[in-house]
Design a protein around this ligand. Structure first.
Ligand SMILES: [Zn+2]
Ligand SMILES: [Zn+2]
Length: 870
């Protein structure tokens, strides 16, 4: 059956449907809702597949697994895609129309996403499906806001906020990423008021001269001391501004004299508040210069900068321009540089709860452990509360109305939610304090307000108290490291504010999958790897194999060769099962006793079961798959199957057959979380008719096979000896089934144990005559040949070399050896009668072994001596 057919069967069987009434413990996964813009690369696929490993493993371990299919259908990327795809301008299109288009766009992607998930073999539960734009989801976001409003945790205030002029919305600190950038630092001449003298003020943003409120110098900068307290006159705008002394000003930056503008960067803002300077707005919500900029009004910051520099240059007010490196904050969605704007916004108190978030985080098990540091550092660096309102439209509306006359806020009542105040009626007709008209809030929530509710939504918070009690906190949050400061941090914060508890027991932080060139995948670099053609080419299981090789938390480049390796491994597994089922015609009964080599492979298998379980429990998938692979490939296929072949011919060997069945089934189960399709195929083809469960994915995780306290040594010895002699055959270019005349194993005190497996050794290697001895005095080292060292002979004997070499070759090596042993030299006589003395230096003796006069090869394996007589 194809992978698609299996998906259909699994649906029919409802394998992944959560059953609250099964009585099993619930393992719940706070699945990251897939973003509904349809974009998909190998990184997404790899992350989700790793979550699937956990879900499948936990089901086999006897858990009811909560693993919802979910999509994120809020926010800007969808709005931007809609503007692009439908060629609409958001400013000219009615709000309702835009929301409709966004919903339509997302809906189209939902089926695509569902199919993508299915093609990787994700075992997501569709019965718990949710989307973040549903009324049911948005209702929870709104309820949580109302609750926080009631508790005084949110407030509205006019305050400078980070602003993306391109998206025209406020942003939270977590939405801004800082990058180094080269910029021009202009040394601009400002006149000292009442004097002839000019000083140079260094700035990268001359367009903000219009809102320059003061000039700053460092008080320890001796050369600037005289300026402190004086006034300068701003060029073009001719405004008098005071020179302040502040220790935070870097005297090494440019001229050491800087402008303090209303809104330039965070430092400016700090000084504005510190020195109580006016907060003037140089930029509007689209990043255009305001009336304060005089003749530059309406220009973008770049255009304004260019224009004012031209004017300054014309007046010869630019002393010089130098290149400088600066750190610029970019909007994480659209990568436009952000500005600070003073606008009335809603805030969620964050600073007040820093300690609580850190305490709550401590109760969560972070994997890898070191990732928690990123959360700590981020929280400790926060200086502002979280701006939760956005001036967008495709998101959850803020459920409030405001009085147009007095500004009074009228929140929706909880039973009204979900509510859209731009369309729905307020709970009261008019403003309760002044009777004025109420206007529905047009702002929406930051989409993290929705996203940070996933754990609470999953646990039926605000929907079903009984289920909430049972589910909360969730078992696991898997997510990537780039959104620790947003998704992880906000979820912990919101969960704490609403429940005073942690949202999950474990958080699993994954790394990035990079392009094969080692760089991050980026559409503008054209290096995005689409997983679907890879799945198509290699099969989903080969792709899942690659995912299993990716260490949690590490950034790794995608490698085709791993998928290819996965495909080879799958073929090997197939051939193992084929071998097993060529030998079996039913499920063999358990034998009374296991033969030594069977005990050996069972004990190897038991070790693997223990190690793999341990590795998966700690999310170390590469270690798990490596353990299974080494076992399947090397111990089982290369060794055991070779060792057992002879016992499968003719009369039924129960011990061998039972072992093959148990290990064949166990191996399939160990691989089921990883290779979900091929293991199902194997199970259905061979094992199902003898086992209870309808699917391998509904079966129990394997336990070690009980073999009692039997001696493992004979099996180990058989494996060692057989491996060694097989290598010897290989080296001697003999077919593996080529017969060997006689082998003697000198085994010392292990002779008795090795005798127990002598038949296995002889049969596997086709040894006609195998003797196991405690010791042997019959093995002798002897001289088999002698080779003249021509270089040395030539150096000493010159033109006689040829003759000497031919004499050495014709001599009896044993005789030559004994002469040199006795006399330290060997006299040979040349044709002309001349005697020359040959010493050890001129020769190389070849030694070998013989046993009772017959040549043999001697191999030492630990404390065994193996003599192969040829
Ligand atoms: Zn933006
Ligand atoms: Zn009012």
């Amino acid at each position: 059956m194809t992978e698609k057919d299996w998906q259909k069967k699994w649906d029919e069987w409802e394998l992944y449907k959560l059953d609250f009434n099964s009585g099993k413990p619930i393992y719940s996964i706070d699945v990251p809702p897939r973003y509904a813009d349809g974009m998909l690369h190998v990184g997404h696929a790899t992350h989700y597949i790793k979550m699937d490993f956990v879900a499948r493993y936990k089901r086999m371990r006897g858990n009811e697994v909560f693993f919802p299919l979910c999509v994120d259908v809020n926010g800007m990327p969808i709005e931007l895609s809609v503007e692009k795809q439908y060629k609409v301008d958001r400013k000219k299109t009615p709000r309702d129309k835009l929301i409709e288009l966004c919903t339509e766009f997302a809906n189209k992607n939902l089926e695509v996403i569902r199919q993508q998930f299915r093609s990787f073999g994700m075992s997501l539960d569709e019965s718990q499906f949710y989307r973040t734009d549903s009324h049911s989801y948005r209702r929870i976001t709104q309820l949580s806001f109302l609750k926080m409003l009631e508790k005084g945790m949110v407030y509205k205030k006019r305050h400078p906020v980070l602003w993306c002029p391109s998206c025209s919305t406020a942003l939270a600190s977590a939405d801004v990423e800082y990058y180094p950038r080269k910029a021009d630092l202009n040394w601009i001449k400002f006149q000292v008021a009442g004097e002839e003298e000019f000083v140079e003020v260094a700035t990268t943003r001359p367009e903000l001269i219009c809102v320059c409120q003061a000039i700053g110098v460092n008080p320890e900068d001796k050369s600037k001391k005289l300026l402190i307290g004086k006034e300068l006159i701003t060029p073009i705008f001719n405004k008098r501004v005071k020179v302040l002394a502040d220790k935070k000003i870097d005297p090494e930056f440019g001229s050491g004299i800087v402008m303090i503008c209303s809104i330039g960067d965070k430092d400016d803002l700090e000084w504005i508040y510190k020195y109580n300077l006016p907060l003037e707005q140089a930029l509007d919500e689209e990043g255009k210069l305001t009336k304060l900029a005089g003749k530059y009004v309406g220009m973008s910051t770049e255009a304004g900068r260019k224009a004012i520099l031209e004017d300054l240059r014309a007046k010869e007010l630019i002393e010089k321009v130098e290149e400088t490196e600066q750190s610029v904050g970019l909007c994480w969605r659209c990568k436009a540089p952000v500005e600070f704007l003073q606008i009335s916004q809603w805030f969620l108190k964050t600073l007040e709860y820093k300690k609580d978030v850190l305490e709550t985080s401590k109760q969560i098990k972070w994997r890898p452990k070191h990732m928690e540091i990123r959360l700590k550092n981020w929280i400790n660096s926060l200086t502002w509360d979280w701006v939760i309102s956005r001036q967008r439209y495709f998101a959850t509306p803020i459920p409030i109305w405001e009085c147009e006359r007095c500004g009074e806020i009228v929140p929706a009542s909880p039973d009204m939610c979900y509510v859209d105040p731009t369309r729905d009626k307020p709970p009261v007709e008019n403003c309760p304090s002044c009777g004025g008209k109420l206007k529905g809030c047009e702002d929406v929530f930051d989409t993290w307000m929705d996203s940070s509710m996933t754990a609470l939504y999953n646990c039926y918070w605000g929907r079903d108290d009984k289920k909430f009690e049972r589910l909360y906190p969730m078992s696991l949050r898997p997510q990537s490291h780039d959104i620790i400061r947003s998704w992880a941090m906000y979820t912990i914060l919101r969960s704490f504010l609403l429940t005073e508890k942690k949202p999950w027991d474990n958080i699993l932080i994954d790394g990035f999958i990079l392009a094969p060139d080692g760089r991050p995948m980026h559409s503008s670099w054209g290096n995005i790897v689409d997983p679907l053609p890879i799945v198509e080419e290699y099969g989903a299981d080969a792709f899942r194999y690659w995912a299993s090789k990716c260490m949690i938390g590490s950034d790794l480049p995608f490698q085709h060769k791993e998928a290819n390796h996965g495909r080879r491994f799958l073929r090997k597994l197939e051939s193992i099962q084929r071998f097993i089922w060529l030998s079996l015609d039913s499920k063999p009964d358990e034998p009374k006793e296991l033969r030594a080599v069977d005990r050996w492979i069972v004990s190897c298998y038991n070790q693997v079961v223990a190690n793999v379980s341990k590795a998966i429990e700690s999310f170390d998938f590469p270690r798990a798959i490596e353990q299974i692979e080494v076992f399947a490939w090397h111990e089982l296929a290369d060794q055991y199957l070779e060792m057992v072949k002879w016992r499968l011919k003719g009369e039924k060997d129960l011990s061998a057959r039972w072992t093959l069945y148990q290990i064949g089934l166990g191996l399939t189960k160990l691989l089921a979380p990883f290779l979900c399709f091929s293991t199902e195929e194997t199970y259905q083809d061979h094992y199902k008719r003898y086992e209870r469960e309808k699917s391998i994915h509904a079966s129990e995780w394997p336990k070690p096979i009980k073999i009692g306290k039997m001696d493992m040594l004979p099996g180990e010895l058989a494996k060692e000896v057989i491996g060694t002699i097989r290598n010897w055959k290989n080296k001697n270019r003999m077919a593996l089934n080529a017969p060997i005349e006689r082998v003697e194993i000198i085994a010392g005190e292990k002779a008795e144990q090795i005798s127990l497996v002598s038949e296995d050794i002889a049969q596997t290697l086709r040894i006609k005559d195998l003797a196991i001895l405690e010791e042997s005095e019959d093995i002798k080292e002897e001289i088999l040949g002698v080779r003249p060292q021509i270089g040395r002979i030539g150096a000493q004997f010159k033109e006689k070399t040829k003759e000497i070499v031919s004499l050495i070759k014709r001599a009896d090596p044993k005789e030559a050896h004994s002469k040199i042993e006795r006399d330290n030299e060997w006299q040979i006589t040349l044709r002309e009668g001349e005697g020359v003395s040959i010493t050890q230096d001129h020769l190389k003796f070849e030694t070998g072994y013989s046993i009772r006069g017959r040549k043999c090869d001697l191999i030492r394996v630990e404390d065994l001596l193996i003599a192969i007589v040829s």
